[in-house]
Design a protein around this ligand. Sequence first.
Ligand SMILES: O=C(O)CCC(=O)C(=O)O
Ligand SMILES: [Fe+2]
Length: 202
Amino acid sequence: MIELPKGVKHWPAYFDRTAQENLLQTIRDGVREAPLFTPRMPKTGKEMTVRMTNFGELGWVTDKERGYRYQDTHPQTGMPWPAMPQAFLDLWDALADHRRPPQAALINWYADDAKMGLHQDRDEADLSAPVLSISLGNECLFRVGGIKRTDKTQSFRLCSGDVMMLSDEARLAFHGVDRIYADTSDLLKAGGRINVTLRRVN
Ligand SMILES: O=C(O)CCC(=O)C(=O)O
Ligand SMILES: [Fe+2]
């Protein structure tokens, strides 16, 4: 057993297959209203490899001109984000140990060749709440380190149905997704991976 850094919690196979299928349906329903968009890096305008959307009162977006931020509307449709699904609120109640509900559910969709570089989640004014994450579909190699970019990191796989949390001393831990393992799950018929992160913003 590897020991994870303090504040990093991992619940392998938290959701069984039926629950995963229900979550996927919930996500598909929301994506119909709030289509996946291609985020761009601040300043350079370089496209990220993930596609994303959000549910809840606030959503995380980024573009060349205005950079990383939360806003209450979809950047392309201009519509409010779909409501926070009850299943996400229930998960937060069960695991987050925080008295206020999540405001944002960021939905990341990774094709099998997508990845996410090492970063901190620090666009939230309220850092007392954890970041709670759900993985669906193909497995990924997840990397987590300390609160300095140069701190040593550990890598482990996140599989379909897993839940992971960054809280307390790990709330600002650097983390990223180095790779997706194709053909490791048949939940998503076209392959790829979905990650949902639940957060308080303010
Ligand atoms: O896909 C993941 O497991 C992590 C996603 C992430 O770090 C983020 O959206 O900030
Ligand atoms: Fe992150």
